[in-house]
Design a protein around this ligand. Structure first.
Ligand SMILES: Cc1cc2nc3c(=O)[nH]c(=O)nc-3n(C[C@H](O)[C@H](O)[C@H](O)COP(=O)(O)OP(=O)(O)OC[C@H]3O[C@@H](n4cnc5c(N)ncnc54)[C@H](O)[C@@H]3O)c2cc1C
Length: 457
């Protein structure tokens, strides 16, 4: 009996697929790497996950968990073949309980759908990766996803109160619960958040939700240089403001966005800072007026302000177009999500300029200035066609990551290590750190069947 037949016998009809289109559809995510699994399990309930892992553990078959397949680092690519365990069909919002401030969800729920469902009740699930209309809560947990709002509200980890996880041989592990504080034992939730499918399969999550702030405003501040824009970021904090988002963009990004959108939102801007404030109507309006005055005094060329969802989204339209407009240049966009201590933003941009000059390709920087989490995009022509371009990009990435680590930063703040950053893992984490990772991997997955070929095991 082959693998698909054996699994069908255990799981029943309609759960196991081995046809070519399904195998191809589960071979890659949004990065470049690709490998077909031998079989795909489309789990509809926890029992399917348990039975699959029990069988795989017994026969030492690799299992790679997949959410929506919207990762950026090849995390759900089955590098060693075997089983892709898709939890996408487990997509029920089990409960939203505003009295307890929790939502209980299956892992395949799309992040934006959860946000919409809680919003209808006047509540708020803040983590906002740009991919939120496509990616899943399970994937967000496994990568500790974040976005612009994480400056004020924190990343996915800050919203996970409880997890139901199935580990190596099909055992169920429950971590945390539905209380907003919990100090019973070690922080096992922290082991799983950001674990990239290497330690277990999340089958249910209890998430913290917040009352939705009733009002918001956005300020779009144009500056002549990136340095002036980065200085403004520091001065906004120094003035006592903790915006819900604080985003920056460099000249190359803004130029591409203007060409892509065919219009100027921010006349004359060489660099742009977007600031979002939220709270109650009166305080948001008075803070916006005060902050505009302060940013004017910081030497901004222009500061546009907007109130309410409709107006604010018009200003955010520019920000949301950055990625697409860089792709529309026709160059290959190699998006790195490094983080530096916030005080090093200007040095990072200057390093990006030196890198661009040295290797003769543009480098576009934009992102979450408030967190120091900047998307450094190497923009390469003929990347896939010419091996020598790819080699030059690899050299530039080596230099970038070395610089970032020396500056006290990290090589990924959002997307994870996956396959894309595996090469730099030993550079980023020292031997003791790597040993502890390996020991945790052995504790949860002694046979090494979960997502093998990635950064641990
Ligand atoms: C256009 C675009 C924009 C993006 N913007 C952002 C952004 O702003 N912020 C950000 O943080 N990320 C961003 N990402 C990256 C990506 O969307 C996130 O990493 C997201 O969390 C992936 O979720 P997914 O459901 O697609 O996971 P997948 O790609 O399916 O899997 C990602 C990893 O999680 C593991 N995994 C998935 N589900 C489970 C589970 N139930 N249990 C255990 N392990 C699991 C997989 O094995 C894999 O290692 C972006 C990606 C794209 C393509």
């Amino acid at each position: 009996m082959n693998l698909a037949q054996s699994l069908r016998k255990i799981l029943g009809p309609g759960i196991v697929a081995s046809d070519e289109p399904t195998l191809t559809a589960h071979a890659k995510d949004r990065w470049f790497a690709s490998r077909q699994p031998d079989v795909v399990v489309l789990a509809k309930k926890r029992a399917h996950v348990e039975k699959t892992l029990r069988f795989a553990s017994e026969h030492r078959i690799p299992v790679t968990t997949r959410g929506a397949g919207y990762g950026y680092v090849g995390g759900c690519v089955p590098s060693h073949g075997g089983i892709v365990l898709s939890v996408a069909p487990m997509n029920r919002i089990v409960e939203i309980n505003t009295a307890d401030g929790v939502a209980v969800v299956e892992p395949g729920v799309i992040t934006g759908d959860l946000q919409d469902a809680v919003r209808k009740l006047g509540w708020f699930y803040p983590p906002d990766p740009a991919s939120l209309r496509d990616c899943s809560i399970g994937g967000n947990i496994a990568t500790n996803a974040g976005g612009p709002r994480c400056l004020k509200y924190g990343v996915t980890r800050n919203y996970v109160l409880g997890l139901e996880v199935v580990i190596d041989d099909g055992r169920e592990l429950n971590c945390g619960g539905r209380t907003h504080k919990n100090k019973q034992g070690f922080d096992l939730i922290g082991n799983f958040v950001g674990s990239e499918g290497l330690l277990g399969v999340v089958t249910k999550a209890t998430l913290r939700i917040l009352p939705h702030p009733p009002a918001r405003s956005t300020l779009a501040a144009s500056f002549r240089t990136f340095r002036e824009a980065a200085d403004a970021v520091q001065r906004i904090f120094a003035a006592g403001y903790l915006p819900s988002a604080l985003e920056i963009a460099d000249p190359f990004t803004l130029k591409s966005a203007r060409e892509y959108l065919g219009r100027e939102i921010t006349p004359g801007a060489k660099s742009l800072v977007l600031v979002e404030l939220d709270g109650h109507e009166k305080s948001v309006r008075s803070e916006t007026t005060d902050l505009k005055k302060r940013i004017d005094a910081m030497g901004a060329i222009a500061v546009l302000t907007a109130h309410g969802d409709e107006q604010c989204e018009k200003l955010w339209g520019l920000r949301r177009a950055y990625s697409a407009s860089l792709k529309a240049t026709g160059l290959t966009k190699l998006n790195e999500d490094i983080v530096v201590p916030r005080g090093k933003l200007v040095e990072l941009a200057e390093f990006g300029e030196r890198l661009a000059k040295k290797h003769d390709f543009p480098v576009a920087c934009f992102g979450h200035a408030g967190d120091g989490n900047i998307h450094v995009n190497i923009m390469a022509a003929n990347y896939h066609e010419q091996p020598k371009i790819k080699a030059a990009v690899d050299r530039a990435l080596d230099e970038l990551f070395k610089w970032v680590l020396k500056a006290g930063g990290v090589i990924t703040g959002e997307h994870g290590i996956g396959l894309a950053k595996k090469r730099w893992w030993p550079l980023a984490v020292n031997e003791t750190g790597r040993d502890i990772h390996a020991a945790l991997k052995r504790a949860y997955d002694p046979k090494g069947i979960l997502n093998p070929g990635k950064f641990v095991g």
